[in-house]
Design a binder for this molecule. Sequence first.
Ligand code: 13P
Ligand code: SF4
Length: 332
Amino acid sequence: MSIDYKAEIERLKAKLPVTVVGHFYQRDEVFEMADITGDSLELARKCKIDKNPWVVFCGVGFMGQSVKVIAPQKRVLMPKIACCAMARMIDASYFDDSVQYMVERGIPKENILPITYINSDATVKAKVGEMGGLVCTSSNAYKIIEKGLESGKKILFVPDRCLGQNFANSMGLKSCIIGEGECDPKEADVICFNGFCSVHQLFTLDDIEFYRNRYPDILIAVHPECDPAIVEASDFAGSTSQLIEFVAELDPEQKVAVGTEYNLVNRMRPGGNTFVLSSTKPECPTMNETTIEDLYLTLKSIEDGQPINEIVVNEHTIKYANLALERMLAIK
Ligand code: 13P
Ligand code: SF4
């Protein structure tokens, strides 16, 4: 007999002290089951104040880890511990190498303020926390960099070069990328690690030109993980929540092409006039790993007293990663 996953998930959620969390990029059938949804910042804030002792997080690894770091008393399970491709580009040793790069070019360690995008492993966040730095997300990067600059130090921004450059550009700051051309930390305000999101690299100037030629009044809205040339050529850039809000406020007749993950764009504005800014399907492979069956099995494992896929972070990492995350959460 086949299992009615939706009904079983509803039964388990009603029975167990558990909150199901889902990022906007999740498959529709998984996303619909979530009690808490949002962009990375909203998910972190909402999970922190949520009362249930169990969290089942449908997203990518760094998101579940972040909940464990800000609320270590919670038991956090992930139906799939899928690692964001960008987060995988940096680890603690690459972080140390980036600090060393700046030190060798005349910036003493005590004059470096690291900021890590939340799309990074907890061990990288811990390194950042130990150096007095902060976490940021795509919805608060402007404010966090502004706060960082108050220290008078050079900003080391990891791992997303695009986010670092896009916000530096919008703030009129000079940026450079370690390993790309001449990156002299003395000449730049924001020194970026050379990481990127493979999904958001799919959007091109040709895509923008195609839509503008086809619909001259169309608006282009993109995520700031896109290349700076794409953000520059767009009408709006924002986090997943900010993109949803931007599109929701448009006149229903206003056409818009959106440059972010397919699942989100597809459910944004049913009824047409919203296009995916790409000729290919920009799916995040790791976000799409989680299926409704995985969600059911994870909830069932709690009912059976044998929880699976639990997020474990060691005490040292929790202590310092927590500093970096809490410094971010303290900024309204
Ligand atoms: P948001 O913080 O905008 O939800 O972005 C997360 C992400 O991974 C985008 O690729
Ligand atoms: Fe990571 Fe990119 Fe997927 Fe976002 S879309 S989770 S940055 S790989």
